[in-house]
Ligand binder design. Structure first.
Ligand code: ADP
Length: 486
């Protein structure tokens, strides 16, 4: 049976999965890379370290299970989005570290909604475009070199494709490409034409000439350089990580939605072939595009504090020994004893957009102990999810879930209760890398739907309507207090 290789280039590590065409994971490898924080609010990665780790992970995943390169039919890539790299097109040497999506140096005082209708994005510190402009403006000689055509810009997908297909060793054959989902996170792509918007590029200070060609996510990108691991194998699927998770979760129909519960919470809702610009602060993004077909769009809402609230209870307050203990503790009490936590550590994001809000724990009495606090933390995760689901509209009739926190069964049940719809968790929650493998397999027409994620567990809502309403009213009240403090 032909096998598929998928790279998941993430914020903290690079992983490679080898799967078969039934979705069974045959082998995997993972390497972490350093986080550089030269100043407060700045986060950088070394692109060369990321490329080396990618090669190492490809080699290790093959070697670990004695897999022959000839058995790999195609390669897919999913990657951390919005992270920006600029490099020399002859040597492959980056002119500066990669500026990571979390980095806030491109924050500015202007109107964040200025380009919302053209790009689907808010002009805040996240998009890649202003990060490229920052490099050109702050590295001596970079802008002149870019104007002379000596430099190339890319998000991490572009950087990996360029190195896989040629790199500094064979720059003449290296391909300078990106996919529509990654391009839709730059603030430079017109969401409807799927082309670089020259006016935006001028306004934001990025020469169009250094940008990669935009390709559909599922289709032929090119072949891997002959000399090196997986030589000759085609790259046929490329998606930004959240889009890869949506795709991997088989959310291919309009109103299909997935929520990823990691450090933060990320929801994507498939809105079909027309972009739906939100007036509730959601982003609009390309979900995926198959070669020769219309693009499919998604709305995206994110919550800054998800699993990191559990980490805070564990590391800062010391009331949990492990993240898993949040489940067993919270299960010992029937409710949070009137406690509500609003974890606005860095303000409130979607749909409230109040960066000035600050966190609050309210409803404390002498009766409350750490079990109630743990339960309130899980409730806060569910209530923030409810706010995003409501703000998106679209009325999904179930929510597909993945991410580290979803192993918490109590959390999943509470989520179904609070949403009032089914919450569906696949056996294989590695949806991002599976989405990349799926895209690659579909790109060579090996399969015609995303790979199987195994048996699903469905959590059904059991909460009575009035109980849900009371819980939501208490949350609203606590959020109002968090905003009062601002
Ligand atoms: P990321 O991809 O953002 O690094 P993961 O998907 O690996 O995140 O999820 C890790 C997060 O999930 C951590 O913040 C951790 O605190 C939280 N977490 C992990 N297991 C549980 C659990 N059983 N209950 C609640 N939270 C959990």
């Amino acid at each position: 049976m032909p096998l598929l290789a998928a790279i998941d280039q993430g914020t903290t590590s690079t992983r490679v999965f080898i799967t078969d065409a039934d979705g069974a994971v045959v082998s995997q490898a993972q390497f972490e890379h350093a986080q550089h924080m030269p100043r407060q609010g700045w986060v950088e990665h070394d692109p060369v370290e990321i490329w080396r780790n990618t090669r190492k992970a490809l080699v290790a995943a093959l070697a670990d299970k004695d897999i022959s390169e000839q058995d790999i039919a195609a390669l897919g890539i999913s990657n951390q989005r919005e992270t920006a790299v600029i490099w020399d097109k002859r040597t492959g040497k980056p002119v500066y570290n990669a500026i990571v999506w979390q980095d806030t140096r491109t924050n500015h005082g202007g109107d964040p909604a200025k380009y919302l209708h053209r790009t689907g994005l808010l002009h805040n510190s996240y998009p890649a475009g202003p990060k490229w402009a920052w490099i050109l403006d702050n590295v001596a000689g970079a802008r002149e070199r870019a104007e002379r055509g000596e430099l190339l810009a890319g998000t991490i997908d572009t950087w990996l494709i360029w190195n896989l297909t040629g790199g500094g060793k064979d720059p003449a054959n290296a391909l300078h490409l990106t996919d529509v989902t990654n391009a839709s996170r730059t603030l430079l792509m017109d969401l409807r034409t799927l082309e670089w918007d020259e006016e935006l590029c001028r306004e934001l200070g990025v020469p169009v000439g250094i940008l990669p060609e935009i390709r559909p996510s599922i289709g032929e990108f090119g072949r891997i350089r002959r000399r090196g691991p997986l030589g000759g194998i085609p790259i046929t699927g490329v998606l930004g990580d959240q889009q890869a998770a949506l795709f991997g979760q088989q959310c291919l129909g309009e109103n299909d939605a997935k929520m990823t519960y990691g450090t933060g919470l990320f929801m994507l809702l498939n809105t079909g072939t027309t972009p739906r610009i939100s007036d509730t602060g959601m982003l609009t993004t390309v979900a995926y595009q198959r070669e020769g077909e219309a693009p499919v769009y998604a709305q995206e809402g994110s919550v800054a504090v998800g699993g990191s609230l559990i980490q805070w209870l564990r590391d800062q307050l010391g009331i949990l020994r492990t993240a898993e203990e949040s489940e067993s503790l919270a299960a010992q009490v029937p409710d949070s004893g009137g406690v509500t936590i609003v974890p606005a550590f860095s303000g409130l994001f979607a749909p409230r957009w109040r960066p000035d809000a600050r966190g609050i724990i309210c409803g404390l009495t002498r009766f409350v102990d750490r079990r109630h606090i743990a339960r309130a933390a899980l409730e806060a995760t569910c209530l923030q999810t409810l706010e995003v689901v409501r703000a998106m509209g679209g009325d999904p009739n179930q929510l597909k879930v993945d991410g580290g926190m979803t192993s918490n069964n109590l959390l999943m049940q509470m989520q179904a209760d609070i949403l009032g719809i089914d919450v569906v968790r696949p056996a294989n929650i590695e949806t991002t890398v599976m989405g990349a493998a799926s895209a690659a397999a579909m790109g060579i027409s090996l399969i015609d739907a995303p790979l199987d994620l195994g048996a699903t567990t469905t959590f059904q809502s059991k909460m009575a309507g009035p109980d849900r309403d009371r819980l939501i009213a208490r949350w609203e009240d606590a959020v109002a207090r968090a905003l009062e403090q601002a």
